[in-house]
Design a protein around this ligand. Sequence first.
Ligand SMILES: Nc1ncnc2c1ncn2[C@@H]1O[C@H](COP(=O)(O)OP(=O)(O)OP(=O)(O)O)[C@@H](O)[C@H]1O
Length: 208
Amino acid sequence: MIQTHNLTFAYSPTKQFSFPDIECPDQDTLLILGRSGRGKTTFLHLLALLLQPQGGQIRIGQEDISQFSPSEAAAFRAKHVGLIYQRPHFVRSLSVLDNLVLANYLAGKKADTEKARQLAQRLGFAEHLGKKTHQLSLGEQQRVGIARALMNEPQVILADEPTSSLDDENCYLVVELLKKQSAHLGASLVVVTHDGRLKDVFPKRVEL
Ligand SMILES: Nc1ncnc2c1ncn2[C@@H]1O[C@H](COP(=O)(O)OP(=O)(O)OP(=O)(O)O)[C@@H](O)[C@H]1O
């Protein structure tokens, strides 16, 4: 479960944000919509504690994470939050498989190649595990990005514009996989986007 209350943030005295309260229980989904520049990425980065809120609370499970120090936030994020970006960033010199198990190392866990293989099977890129990530299409890379976010079985999955660079076919495929895998883990799935195609596939929505 992820929940926020009175969350505020400022890049500068003239660039201030007050975000609506959100709540996304375990096994549920929430779509956060907003036009360009409304602060969607800022909001998602606050939820992931990549940015420090100016005020308000963020609760994940039983923890109020808004008061965490940067090192506590990094450790919590690596273990409990799965992040998916508009265009996934990988380590170019590593294979797809090694990019996946890197998520385990970053969370201080043992490399779980079996889990990486299972996720690759479920997300349909098992035949690409030995390749470098730049040898994959954008839709395939996005599926690898989802698998990487799931490697540590996070409580919360946060996706920033996961479909905006995909064609319709890959858009709906990626969203269905994301929802299915999130439900499989019992996680909360929060997606921020300006991609109107997603309105029809997420019943709960908040507008920024
Ligand atoms: N590091 C920063 N310093 C100052 N202002 C910033 C910074 N990052 C973003 N902003 C500004 O904050 C506002 C919100 O940015 P943000 O990226 O969160 O919007 P967004 O809704 O995700 O937009 P888009 O859909 O175009 O990605 C924008 O006006 C942006 O210029």
